[in-house]
Design a protein around this ligand. Structure first.
Ligand code: CP
Length: 313
């Protein structure tokens, strides 16, 4: 079996295609195990995984914790509010402390773009970026790509449309880097104030309206409106957003008949998507959650196996 080239999972911008393919393939085996009725494996026996979250999370944090436990690792979590971070300890000192306790992998979510990369230069453990500011959320994009592969059989040649607040979205950035590397044609649409300047340079097509962007789409990735990162100068109201950029049945009918709908969650029901679409047959939002566990199992397994192989050399 081949090995990951990357020691850390910091983003899809610099992840080799071979690594993406290996992660998606390994996630397939992990999904099989996850859904087989016996969720326990020995893959991470003797390994310690620590999740260090400076921002709120349900899916990412829990799926890393469950993935660690399902594969036999010791898993622990610390969050900024309940740790010495609240007493003024720096990110680096916190990470060095975790490192000295023998963590093999540190999974970090941080509001500052670049925080996981900074850590990776200073500690021995592998670092996984669980979302850094407006930069990247690579494990979300990997689980999105896994879900697309599972439902469509391949990524290359597909029309993938990403809708919403692209500017603040680390999910959009990771998906754009990953999907274009894997041969998809990516288009984006959203309010002009929520599109990064010169986004075309990322290799995507930009549309002024959702209706134009969605025509012939195979996959629609709807992003969460991040109220916590928005000001009224950027978006007058959620109602206005929903009226012009929300997806309902009429708009969805412009996409391919078998188009699938993804959303990283948490969903603002009735804002990005109507409830009948969220709960309808085209939506694979629930499967994304399960696939998130499988992908994170794959990542933890591949990273720890890589370090064991290195130590043996
Ligand atoms: N998609 C995502 O990152 O969700 P959480 O914020 O719940 O982890």
């Amino acid at each position: 079996m081949s090995a990951l080239k990357s020691k850390h999972i910091l983003g899809l911008f610099d992840m080799p295609v071979d690594d993406i393919q290996l992660i998606l393939k390994t996630a397939g085996s992990m999904k099989y195990m996850l859904t087989s009725g016996n969720k326990r494996g020995p893959h991470l026996q003797g390994k310690s995984i620590v999740t260090l979250f400076y921002e709120n999370s349900t899916r990412t944090r829990l799926s890393f914790e469950l993935a660690s436990k399902y594969l036999g690792a010791s898993a622990a979590n610390i969050s900024a509010s309940g740790s010495s971070v609240s007493k003024g300890e720096t990110l680096l000192d916190t990470a060095r402390t975790i490192n000295m306790m023998g963590a093999d992998v540190i999974v970090i979510r941080h509001p500052m773009s670049g925080a996981p990369r900074f850590l990776s230069k200073h500690i021995k453990a592998s670092v996984i970026n669980a979302g850094d500011g407006m930069n990247e959320h690579p494990t979300q994009a990997l689980l999105d790509m896994y879900t697309i592969m599972e439902k469509k059989g391949a990524i290359s040649g597909l029309n993938v449309c990403i809708l919403g607040d692209i500017y603040h979205s680390r999910v959009a950035r990771s998906n754009i880097w990953g999907l274009t590397k894997m041969g998809a044609k990516v288009s984006v649409a959203g309010p002009a104030t929520l599109l990064p300047p010169q986004i075309e340079k990322m290799g995507v097509k930009v549309f002024g309206t959702v209706q134009q962007a969605i025509i012939d789409a195979d996959v629609i990735i709807n992003l969460r409106i991040q109220a916590e990162r928005l000001s009224h100068c950027l978006l007058p109201s959620l109602r206005e957003y929903s009226r012009f950029y929300g997806v309902d049945r009429k708009i969805l009918s412009l996409a391919k008949k078998d188009a699938i709908i993804l959303h990283p969650g948490p969903v603002n029901r009735g804002v990005e998507l109507t409830s009948d679409i969220i709960d309808g047959d085209s939506s694979f939002i629930n499967e994304q959650v399960t696939n998130g566990v499988a992908v994170r199992m794959a990542l933890l397994f591949l990273l720890t196996r890589r370090s064991t192989d290195e130590a043996a050399c």
